[in-house]
Design a protein around this ligand. Structure first.
Ligand SMILES: [Zn+2]
Length: 120
């Protein structure tokens, strides 16, 4: 009888985004945009222009963002932080769940409370 040990490979933790991921890569993946007021919009299209990108939301807002790791939006997206969802964009529930899955697991139930930016 051979005692062959199976080495378990750690399952990729693909859910958590690495800390210093670029903004454009984040939104490219998530397709959501938190506005300054904390309203989450759905992104209809991203038009990359070098270090910037023109974003069009489903509610027909267009704006240009600069690819940065430290911008407010990048931080909010990493923290999955938002106050409410845009009524016009109609982001499907499954998308929101996917977006906030990591966070809800950690602070289950507390994520939707009206808080300022939560500390890590
Ligand atoms: Zn919107």
């Amino acid at each position: 009888m051979t005692a062959q040990k199976k080495i378990k490979q750690p399952v990729g933790t693909g859910r958590t985004y690495r800390k210093r991921v670029e903004l454009l890569r984040l939104i490219d993946k998530i397709k959501l945009w938190p506005s300054r007021k904390g309203i989450l919009h759905g992104i209809r299209s991203i038009e990359k222009m070098g270090d910037q990108a023109r974003i069009t939301t489903h509610c027909s807002k267009t704006f240009v963002v600069t690819n940065s790791r430290n911008s407010r939006a990048a931080r909010w997206l990493r923290n999955k932080w938002f106050k409410q969802v845009c009524g016009v964009c109609k982001i499907p529930a499954w998308k929101l769940e996917k977006y906030s899955a990591t966070r809800f697991k950690r602070h289950y139930g507390s994520a939707l409370l009206d808080k300022d930016e939560t500390s890590p």
